[in-house]
Design a protein around this ligand. Sequence first.
Ligand code: AHR
Length: 626
Amino acid sequence: MGFCGPSSSVLLPALLLLCTLHQTSAFELETNQTVSLLVDASPQSGRVIPEALFGVFFEEINHAGAGGLWAELSFITTSTDRSSCFERNKISLRMEVICDKDGANTCPDDGVGSIILNIEQGKAYRVVLHVRSSGSVNISVSLTGSDGLQKLASSNIIEEASDISDWKKIELTLESQGTNHNSRLQLTTTKRNNLVRSSISHAGHGFRKDLFEMLAELKPRFIRFPGGCFVEGEWMRNAFRWRETIGPWEERPGHFGDVWMYWTDDGLGYLEFLQLAEDLGAAPIWVFNNGISHNDQVSTSVVLPFVRDVLDSIEFARGPSNSTWGSVRAAMGHPEPFDLRYVAIGNEDCGKKNYLGNYLKFYSLIKAAYPDIQIISNCDGSSHPLDHPADMYDFHIYTSANNMFSMAHQFDHTSRVGPKAFVSEYAVTGKDAGTGSLLAALAEAGFLIGLETNSDVVEMASYAPLLVNANDRRWNPDAIVFNSWQSFGTPSYWMQQFFKESSGATVFPVKVQSNSATSLIASAIKWQSAEGNDNYLKIKVVNFGSDPLNLSVSVNGLENSINSLRSTKVVLTSANVMDENSFSAPNKVFPEKTRLESAGTDMAMVAPAHSISSFDLSLAPLVSSW
Ligand code: AHR
């Protein structure tokens, strides 16, 4: 199971040594041999995979949101003044300008004050400022290059003292004449004693486009949010509190996430998470603090206010717009309820002193108010039954590549009755993973094939963590890496693309036969395009070994005929199993799609060494015989 914070690497050296030895011997066993894959695609052998098997887990870690996906930039936080016009957010930038236009302390010609961001040519940026001053002001608001010399856009605010003796909101739109990835928003002045508070925003729901698109490309069926350890906090006082993250952005107090050790303005707040889920077409999974942090706990006898707080959050998400909290949501621009059907009581808290007691309070009151909500427990029910009611149980796994690959069988012997597993965090970590290696992706793909096969007892799964701002990494590896203007997927990101059609598809049994040991695992699913026009049989094969393997694929019982002209093959591999992607070589490990020339029910294929392959057989519609 995973655990938060830097201490997670302490046990790794000893484990890694064992895993490396094992891995070498497994690879040595392999030759260029033939492996038979027998796919039983007869309708009676198929089983429907849960609708939301694969999704994403968003945690505010690595500046995933604040300074990442959340593109509404950026309250200036270098301020020291607590006199802002917002009751819950008192901090403002005090531009106490000590220079002046003339006199002994002359300001530089172009004034003082700046923040850094990514600005692109032709785009319009909305700047909102709240200004207060005892005297008149003349503030130049401009977007400039990183050296401050290249002017991208500029506008002036000129106000008389009488108009700004109290806070005044001023909005400007700046259209950029150029592109600069390390641009500055400069608020400059040569006059004394202005108080300014500012933000800058893009159109839409506030999500950074390239990152949002990368998430959407995974076609996630759910999004778990907002953490992780972020939900717990090192201390209760620093845990995520949904109430403080709603309402106008500029009024949110923000908070210090003391597990990942940075400040978030909570611009990406509870409503924005729900909105993100809706925009992605993914079911929201709200993980809330259950009165337990890493270092302190609320005792069960006084946990009721925390339960009420969570009930309010559920009403905020899905209550009618005339309910107490539904009306707050409506006032924020979303009168329609969000489709909240899953909540998780805490994160990695099972076994802590107050967990069971607190859990039962949350469980019974949430179920009483919202019987249809699926409740997720932190306790692992994969090897023995839970001692408390739950709809699902959380399962986290961070481990070496060999372990992960062999965990394809983790759920083979799990009881087929009782709550199902939510594998809400999985990843290869440590030396095998580097900052995102092909090796890690291969092992994870093997694990996911095991989950598909066991999807009668595994309901959902998501990789972790999802996003990392390369300028402030807190956890390695991650699925998507970005800086102020670039982004790329690690091999684990591309690996997930092989599974984006699995949710709601039909899985068929596959037998792998070989004369000697192989590190190969395979699955077969039948899926339908979103429009419902196209059907495919998708056979996925992970060759975890260091030799290519000849595959002899036989598909039995398939009712449809195969359209070989529209059938394709996708392969993810690279020259070296430790290869990674980077800003300079973002597609070094990248899936290659080609036509599948020999598509049919009997195929001779090759699974390259260290590869994930997908053979997508396009199926002709069934002809009815009457
Ligand atoms: O994914 C990183 C961290 O790993 C999560 O915050 C936590 O749940 C797990 O320990």
